[in-house]
Design a protein around this ligand. Structure first.
Ligand code: BDP
Length: 608
């Protein structure tokens, strides 16, 4: 398999990062095949980068277009950098990208939520360089996420594509994350892997630091710096084990970050330096508990989306900062990167802020006939054809590898979610998933627990894959998609089901990764009608009562943090309204209820 090793680009003594974000030229490729990178893009249309293109226009045809798009910008490289190795890096381009420098293809990447890069020295010219990106927003039965793809031809014989999302978020596309050109020396630090081994009783940790080098050094020096940037341990070699005494642990909502400083030397001179922040924390799943640093952890938090007004799925750091503050003031401690890996920037922020993250692949929509009619779906699960129809194995292996390579050192990541709401009840599911769990476990140097997020049809008696997971993660909508408007039985139904899971898998902790009710902010009802803020409050209260009665139930993550955009549909009014906050982050009534509940639940030691 291809290697995807991508240190986050930073400026150090030996490295410079240039930012290529800004307003780029933009054009739809219509008809398909009509544009090449050989000549400058002929267009007056512009788009901001990073951001989705869809909401940067008032033209509905452009917003909804499925097919190919071109972006282009120009840049110059300062002479003093030209002796260096120069790398062009995209945080993400959704969903497939072909990158050209001065008309020469330098990179191709499929998958809209992970970074990729290319060395570009040979493609650069003196003076102005032209950077062109062709991207596709097409999805089908081979891609993740999964899309329902159709191709027709127009009157002129040109292909026309259509993608119907097989999932519940808008198929935003564009150059979603930062574009950077960074320099390294020609002999450089290529990758660093940090594995802390902790002796809690003696407050000591041994940090295994593995460095991969591009080119050669005489010596690799590794130093661990504390938060004041004072060295606390030093060693040499590409495989070093350093001991920290009186170690400061990375704790949920109380982060402590060390820095691994890696230096490559030749003839006693520093050639390259890289600094990787890391936290020292231990994860253990045992006896129905999820332990962080030896103490049982209780997840309080959210499923989220990268989704904001105008930016769409483009990086929006102000919203990221605000969201984490809102979480903290609610007493929350965690979220899941539903339904794809989030930006590097968000992961670094969560490390810093002590937010606990369940890191999810873009494996969403692995279920035929996506819709919200749960009742009808309960029939015929044994005949479901998902696993003989979809062709997502290669994409799935790739996203697991890319996610783990990118995020392996993040202290905030405590578990990998291999997929969201796949057909785990269907014949063939176990054969499909077993090798993927093996792959994740083999790739993760920190050996974090793995899970998948189970849809409502996945019940103790219908699920075929629970043996694969370390933690049982459930999405449940009793009182919403089932028995809408009637909350009278919810507590009992939730409790009964949780007790069945607990009895069947006594070692596995259980969490809810989704539960929620669409709620239009400002709609009130004396009768607890669905869509009212009162109904949302009551809905969550019923579930809370059940949660507190089940010992191995160790976490509640609501659906969703905020309202978010989806495709059109009769069940969606400008998107999904299950947010606790509106899309612009105004709190609904339920925020007061859950803030009170969560601020009274300790992060650790709630369920003993
Ligand atoms: C679940 C999905 C999530 C949806 C949610 C809902 O995992 O993506 O947005 O339900 O319907 O099926 O609100």
């Amino acid at each position: 398999m291809e290697e995807f090793i991508l240190l986050y680009p930073i400026t150090t003594h030996s490295r410079v990062v240039l930012n290529l974000d800004g307003v780029w030229k933009f054009k739809v490729e219509e008809p398909v095949g009509s544009i090449t990178a050989a000549t400058p893009l002929q267009t007056t249309e512009v788009m901001a980068v990073p951001a989705s293109f869809n909401d940067q226009t008032d033209n509905p045809q452009l917003r909804e277009h499925n097919g190919y798009f071109w972006y282009e910008t120009n840049f110059e490289v300062a002479d003093l950098l030209k002796t260096q190795r120069l790398v062009l890096r995209f945080g993400s381009v959704t969903h497939e990208a072909w990158v050209y420098v001065n008309g020469t293809e330098v990179a191709h990447h499929k998958g809209g939520f992970t970074p990729f890069e290319a060395e570009v020295n040979d493609a650069l010219v003196d003076g102005t360089n032209r950077l062109s990106v062709r991207l596709s927003n097409l999805l089908d039965y081979t891609t993740l996420p999964v899309g329902n793809f159709t191709e027709t031809t127009d009157d002129a014989g040109n292909p026309q594509y259509s993608v119907d999302e097989n999932f519940d978020f808008y198929n935003y596309a564009g150059i979603h994350r930062p574009v950077k050109l960074y320099s390294t020396p020609h002999d450089y630090i290529k990758d660093v892997t940090v594995v802390p081994d902790i002796d809690l009783a003696h407050q000591q940790a041994t940090i295994h630091l593995t460095t991969e080098v591009g080119g050669t050094f005489d010596t690799v020096q590794v130093t661990i710096l504390d938060e004041q940037h004072h060295p606390v341990a030093q060693g040499t070699g590409t495989d070093a084990s350093l001991t920290i005494d009186n170690v400061h642990l990375w704790q949920p909502l109380n982060a402590y970050l060390y820095t691994a400083q890696i230096t490559g030397l030749r003839d006693g001179q520093v050639v390259d330096t890289y600094e990787e922040p890391f936290g020292v924390r231990q994860i253990e799943v045992t006896n129905g508990q999820f332990k962080i640093n030896g103490a049982p952890f209780y997840f309080k938090g959210f499923g989220k989306h990268e989704d904001t007004y105008v930016n769409g799925k483009g990086l929006n750091e102000a919203y990221n900062v605000l969201d984490i503050k809102l979480m903290k003031s609610m007493g929350a401690n965690s979220f899941r990167t539903s339904h794809y890996p989030y930006s590097d920037e968000m992961m670094r922020l969560c490390d810093r802020e002590g937010i606990v993250v369940i890191d999810e692949t873009p494996a969403v929509g692995l279920m035929l006939n996506f819709n919200f009619d749960i009742e009808n779906k309960m029939d015929g699960l044994n005949k479901d054809q998902t696993w003989s129809t979809l062709k997502t194995t290669a994409a799935h292996r790739q996203v697991i590898q890319e996610m783990i390579d990118r995020d392996k050192n993040h202290a905030c990541v405590v578990m990998w979610s291999i997929s969201n709401e796949s057909a785990h009840y269907a014949p063939g599911a176990h054969d499909y998933f077993a090798p993927l769990f093996d792959l994740a476990r083999q790739l993760d140097p920190q050996k974090r627990p793995c899970t998948y997020v189970a849809i409502m049809m996945t019940l103790p008696e219908t699920d075929r894959c629970t043996d694969l997971v370390d933690v049982i993660s459930l999405n449940r909508y009793y009182g919403w998609y089932l028995n809408n408007g009637d909350l009278s039985d919810v507590t009992k139904t939730v409790q009964d089901e949780l007790e069945q899971w607990q009895a069947k898998y006594p070692d596995k902790p259980i969490i809810y990764t989704e539960y929620g009710a669409d709620t239009i902010a400002g709609v009130h009802s004396p009768y607890n009608e669905p869509f009212s803020e009162e109904y949302q409050v009551d809905y969550y209260k019923q579930y809370s009562t059940a949660f507190d009665r089940v010992p191995h139930f160790v976490g509640e993550q609501v659906w969703n943090f905020a309202d978010f955009q989806t495709k059109f549909g009769i069940q969606r009014v400008q998107g999904n309204k299950k947010g606790l906050f509106t899309r612009s982050r105004e709190p609904k009534m339920v925020v007061h209820y859950l803030s009170e509940r969560w601020n009274n639940i300790p992060n650790q030691g709630y369920k003993k």
